[in-house]
Each structure stands twice: as structure tokens, then as C-alpha cells.
Design a binder for this molecule. Structure first.
Ligand code: GLV
Ligand code: MN
Ligand code: MN
Length: 417
């Protein structure tokens, strides 16, 4: 083990500085993917990486790869990273910590003049959140061969702007074909976004995998009619049907406790007038569980409930599955490197399965991958009050650095023998 130490102050300064780009009055960040604010933070990241002597490549999905040479240019880089886009009411740490801790780890290597065996890369993935363009994790999904470039470029936001056009608009459609280069490994540090590390007083989560998740778009169609003159028995109110579907999603998730979760995050009623019975509703459903068989059953139960509701209220209910992410198991060698990194720094750990989606979940399909979690206050995330302390962020960044160096040493041993 080396005694290289990341600098907690520098990391914190970067977090606080970039949090100004899209900063909200409540202390969070609204930096939706491929907006001008996203361009600004990308420019910041590129300038910082170049100042450290890195080359910055950009692919045709806008993913950014800041690379520092190692002893062997022909070996694929050991990569670390996450995302700089946020939710509409995002916090300062979701994603940003993964990119900025990686930058800090790289800066520590540069300042120490430490030459790694493999090149080291810091990645900023495009549209991890899926808040503007569904589904989530689009660039890492294309990188891993899960989505095609054409599929990704054609995704539309709720105003009809495509991912491809938005990417060109901010000047970040790069020349490299997404997925065009290999990675020796990938490490992602992230805030836990849940309560377990804090509850159990652990410093570091050794993430062994990611639970399965599915997204659906549901359209409920009834009939627009006059709110004052249409007797209740004659109505086909799409919003009443949608409300019952929301309740059904919640009930199905609760029935599959303790691990199942189910969420309706978007609900749009048309035509949107106080005195018109809504004739059409669009809603999204997000359901997750570590076990695919349980998720299959949840899908069947919600679909059956929605169809029953449609029948009872004379509504048409169309359910479209738009994203299907199976559970992910991370790589033993990367998990071992994380454990080694945490032990070297004397941090307490707990194994954990991620409830949230992450770019690492897709990268794991094409390269050995693992994640590091740090606690966050009250387990709150996707919220402007999201918070991890300077010390917690620094602990994660330190483990990240040590894990990457441990993996680099193993790689050198393996390839030299
Ligand atoms: C990513 O933010 C997710 O939805 O898990
Ligand atoms: Mn994230
Ligand atoms: Mn997120």
C-alpha cells in the first residue's frame, strides 16, 4: 500500500464550486443533462483535467474521458467516475462526488509524481439521471452495448427536444464512437442515497451489486367533459383512474416488503383546466427489487390492477415497459480492491446492494467494476438537502484512490508474469 493521501479540502472546494453551477436557493443543484448549465460544468471539468496534464476525449454520446498516461500506453485504462447531471431538485453530491473524488484521486497521483502501470481515466457519463431523457444511464448504456447510438440520439424530453440535438446544441458531441475504447476496470464512488451506513455507523459501503429496476409509461384515456354538467355516473375520468393506479403501485410495493419499491414520479393530466374532467393522463412507474422473480410478480400485479381499474371506470389503460435493468453483481477482483483500500485506511465497512441505478451497473457488463458508498445524512437523496460531510466524502475518495492503486498493482503482477 502507498501512503498517498487525497486532500479533503481540495475535494470539498471542488464540490462547493461546481455546486454553484445550477445552484438552487435551497442549497441543491438543478443541472439537467445537456442544458447550458451542463455545458458549463463540463467546461469546468475539462479545464481542470487538462491543467493536470490529462488529455480529454469526448465520445458521440457526450461522455468525457480525462486520461493520465501510465507506464504502458497500450493497456486499457483503469477508470473511475460518475455523472455531473442532476435531478430537477438534486443535491450537491449525487454523481458530482464520483467525478470530483476521481479528479482528486488523479490530482493526488499527479502531485506525487506516482506513475501507475496502466493509464488512469476519469469519466463523466452523460444523462445518468434520466430526469430529462428516459431511460437513465444512457451514455454508459451505449458504451456497454445495451442501447444503440440511434436509440439514444432519438430520446425526447417532455418538450420534444431529442438527446442528439441537445448534445449538439451544447457542443459536446465528440468524435469518438461511444464504447470505442476498452477499460481495464471501473470504480465509482457515490453517496449511499439510503439509510443503512449512517444507521449502522459504518464509514464505507462495499457495493456488491445493484438491484433490478424497471420503468413504465402509462397512458390512461377517458373523455374530456364539462365539470359542472356531467353527472358522476356518466364520467370517464382518466385522473380518477390514474389515482387508483398510483395507489396500486404503492400497495404492490408494500406487499413485497422489505426490499420492493414502487414510485409514480410523473403525473400529467390533460387538458389541465379546473372545469374540465381530465380525459387523458400520462404517468411513469418505477419499480425495483433485488430479485427478478419478485419484480416479475410485481409487474403482473400492477398490470392486473391497472386493467381492472380501467374496466371499472370505462377507461383505456396502455402500459409500456420502457426500461428493464436486471440485477447486477460486481466483480470479485474490484470488490477485493475496495476492501483492501478501506482496510488500508482503517475504515469500517459494510457490504451493500445498491437500491439506486448507477453507470457502474452498465459498465459492469464490459469491464470488471465495483462501487464505494459513503453515508449521507438521514439517507436523503434526490433532494436539495442531500448531505455528506467533508470527512465522509474524503474517506470515500481515499478508498477510491487506494482501490485503484491496489487494482493497478494486481494488473501489473498479472500482466508481467
Ligand atoms: C438514479 O438516480 C436512479 O434512479 O437510481
Ligand atoms: Mn447518481
Ligand atoms: Mn440520482
Amino acid at each position: 500500500m502507498t501512503n498517498l493521501k487525497i486532500d479533503p479540502e481540495r475535494l470539498w472546494d471542488d464540490l462547493m464550486q461546481t455546486a454553484q453551477i445550477g445552484g438552487t436557493p435551497k442549497g441543491g443543484i438543478c443541472r439537467l443533462t445537456l442544458t447550458d448549465l451542463d455545458r458549463q460544468v463540463r467546461d469546468w471539468f475539462k479545464a481542470r483535467a487538462e491543467a493536470l496534464g490529462c488529455t480529454v476525449a469526448i465520445d458521440d454520446m457526450g461522455a468525457m474521458f480525462a486520461r493520465r498516461k501510465g507506464q504502458h500506453a497500450d493497456i486499457p485504462p483503469i477508470a473511475m467516475g460518475s455523472h455531473l447531471d442532476t435531478q430537477p431538485t438534486g443535491g450537491k453530491f449525487d454523481g458530482a462526488l464520483g467525478v470530483l473524488a476521481a479528479l482528486e484521486a488523479l490530482r493526488t497521483l499527479v502531485n506525487a509524481g506516482y506513475e501507475t502501470f496502466a493509464p488512469i481515466e476519469v469519466i463523466n457519463w452523460t444523462n445518468e439521471e434520466g430526469a430529462r431523457f428516459a431511460p437513465a444511464m444512457i451514455a454508459s448504456g451505449v458504451f456497454a452495448g445495451v442501447f444503440t447510438r440511434d436509440f439514444a440520439a432519438a430520446r425526447q424530453d417532455r418538450t420534444g427536444v431529442t438527446f442528439g440535438d441537445a448534445l449538439a446544441q451544447i457542443g459536446y458531441r465528440g468524435p469518438e464512437a461511444c464504447g470505442g475504447h476498452k477499460l481495464s476496470a471501473f470504480f465509482e464512488i457515490h453517496i449511499e442515497q439510503g439509510p443503512y451506513l449512517e444507521q449502522e455507523g459504518k464509514d464505507i459501503g462495499v457495493v456488491t451489486g445493484v438491484q433490478a429496476m424497471r420503468w413504465y409509461e402509462v397512458t390512461v384515456t377517458g373523455q374530456d367533459t364539462h365539470a359542472g354538467t356531467t353527472p358522476m355516473p356518466r364520467r370517464r375520468d382518466a385522473l380518477v383512474g390514474a389515482a387508483r393506479i398510483v395507489a396500486a403501485v404503492d400497495a404492490v410495493a408494500r406487499k413485497n416488503a422489505p426490499y420492493a419499491v414502487g414510485t409514480v414520479g410523473i403525473l400529467e393530466a390533460k387538458p389541465g383546466s379546473p372545469n374540465v374532467v381530465p380525459g387523458e393522463v400520462y404517468l411513469t412507474v418505477d419499480m425495483r427489487h433485488p430479485d427478478m422473480a419478485v419484480l416479475d410478480r410485481m409487474e403482473r400485479d400492477v398490470t392486473a390492477a391497472a386493467n381492472t381499474i380501467g374496466g371499472e371506470l370505462a377507461l383505456e389503460v396502455a402500459i409500456k415497459n420502457i426500461w428493464n435493468q436486471p440485477p447486477v453483481l460486481f466483480h470479485d477482483d474490484c470488490i477485493a480492491a475496495v476492501r483492501e483500500g478501506a482496510a488500508a485506511s482503517g475504515f469500517s465497512t459494510r457490504d451493500i446492494v445498491s437500491g439506486a441505478g448507477h453507470d457502474a451497473a452498465y459498465v459492469a457488463r464490459i469491464a470488471p467494476t465495483a462501487m464505494i458508498f459513503v453515508p449521507c445524512r438521514d439517507g436523503i437523496s434526490h433532494n436539495e438537502s442531500e448531505y455528506s460531510s467533508k470527512e465522509q466524502c474524503a474517506a470515500g475518495a481515499q478508498v477510491l484512490l487506494q482501490a485503484v492503486l491496489a487494482y493497478d498493482r494486481r494488473l501489473a503482477e498479472r500482466l508481467r508474469s
